[in-house]
Ligand binder design. Structure first.
Ligand SMILES: [Zn+2]
Length: 402
């Protein structure tokens, strides 16, 4: 069944084939914000650039009755609200309204359309009773919403729409401190239960950016656990002998259950668990690279023959996995735990195959990795003696050299 609409570039086109019982309509229109870190596909694979930037923000309209639930509102482009109007006023169906609008986090490309949506809601219904929710409504640095008109979302809060369809909010900071994801907790189709709307924590392409790596990693693990638990529950249900708790999916040969992830940007993900594992492994790889530079002066340990972890994410620094020869030949092979590095010196090793204009944003990402490693007790910041920029110099801790 076809249920997706993307209005990114010119005309709305069918973009997704989503098998929801409730036919969510995916409206994608707006453009990605300026990228703050290099840890994204945009910098590394020109082939994807236009696709990535044209894709915009996904907004999900959920429900099957006359009253719907909307996740996110894009960045305020006219095309987006026009598409919403068209969807709500479909001439072949009864007019729809939006009863609840959930904002995943404060970034402008997710709540930029709120004011247009409120106006449209007034236009369409004299009672205009749409409720808008966001975690920490007063956290609104761009001033795009009126906090007095927005209700708070708390961790665990549930939202339902007509017909036994329900999602639950999960506070997952890291990308942004108010970031929420939503998990389907009730649906007539048991296969949908457990799927996650991941907003900007997990994307359809590349990797996500974050403002706090430690929190972000914790959130990835929380999200993964939620989906793992949902799969276990469904598995349990399926394993019951037919006729006891049965249901249409009961079978002695239940295939491995997968749950989908619906990101804030990009195509939906069929196997959410595999994607979480990929993201977590990718972060681990970045930490190992930083540690290896501090220890050996190279991104790989001298005795390592291949990539540190399976890394199917194409990002800046990716080429290090297969083009280390030159650096490895010239680099010391013993642990150089005593050597102190500035973050920019490390960037010059890790991102040496990338244009210099990317080194500064790369350094911001690396500093977050180093801060996390410091909290973990694996590196030490000796402070003050760096490039005169106050970022200090870094070395591995005694513990990490063992
Ligand atoms: Zn964001």
């Amino acid at each position: 069944m076809v249920a997706g609409i993307r209005s990114a570039a010119v005309q709305p086109v069918v973009a997704f084939d989503v098998d929801f019982a409730f036919h969510p309509i995916i409206i994608s229109c707006c453009f990605l914000p300026a990228l703050k870190h290099p840890d994204t596909q945009l910098f590394s694979n020109a082939d994807y650039t236009s696709q990535f930037t044209l894709q915009g923000t996904n907004t999900y309209l959920l429900g099957s009755g006359p009253s719907r639930l909307l996740i996110d509102t894009g960045s305020g482009e006219k095309k987006w609200i026009d598409t919403v109007r068209t969807v709500l006023n479909s001439p072949t169906k009864q007019p729809l309204t939006i009863s609840t609008c959930l904002l995943t986090h404060w970034h402008h490309d997710h709540l930029g359309g709120v004011r247009d949506l409120e106006q449209l809601s007034e236009e369409l219904s004299s009672s205009h009773n749409m409720k808008v929710y966001k975690n920490q409504p007063s956290w609104n640095p761009d001033g795009l919403i009126d906090p007095s008109r927005v209700l708070d979302i708390h961790d665990g809060q549930k939202f339902s729409v007509d017909g036994n369809f329900e999602i639950q909010a999960v506070h997952t900071p890291g990308h942004a401190k108010d970031h929420m994801v939503f998990q389907i907790t009730a649906s007539p189709d048991p296969n949908e239960i457990g799927a996650l709307f991941t907003a900007d924590n997990v994307l359809g392409h590349g990797t996500a950016v974050f403002e706090d790596l430690q929190l972000y990693l914790e959130s990835l693990n929380v999200m993964k656990k939620r989906v793992v638990d949902a799969i276990a529950l469904q598995q349990q249900d399926n394993d019951q002998p037919a006729g006891i708790s049965g249901g249409p999916n009961s079978s002695a040969h239940t295939p491995t259950i997968k749950k989908r992830a619906y990101p804030g940007h990009g195509q939906y993900i069929d196997d959410a668990i595999a994607k979480f594992d990929e993201y977590i492994a990718h972060r681990r790889m970045r930490e190992e690279e930083a540690l290896n530079v501090l220890k050996y002066g190279t991104v790989k340990a001298p005795d390592s023959s291949g990539p540190l972890v399976a890394d199917s994410i194409t990002t800046i620094g990716e080429s290090d996995s297969n083009s280390d020869t030159e650096a490895n030949l010239t680099a010391p092979k013993e642990i150089v735990g005593g050597k102190e590095w500035s973050s920019m010196e490390m960037v010059r090793v890790i991102y040496r195959h990338y244009p210099e204009n990317l080194w500064e944003p790369a350094e911001r990402g690396l500093l977050m990795v180093l801060e996390k490693l410091k909290k973990d007790g694996r590196v030490v910041n000796v402070g003050g003696q760096g490039d005169g920029d106050g970022k200090g110099r870094w070395r591995v801790s005694e513990k990490a050299t063992l």
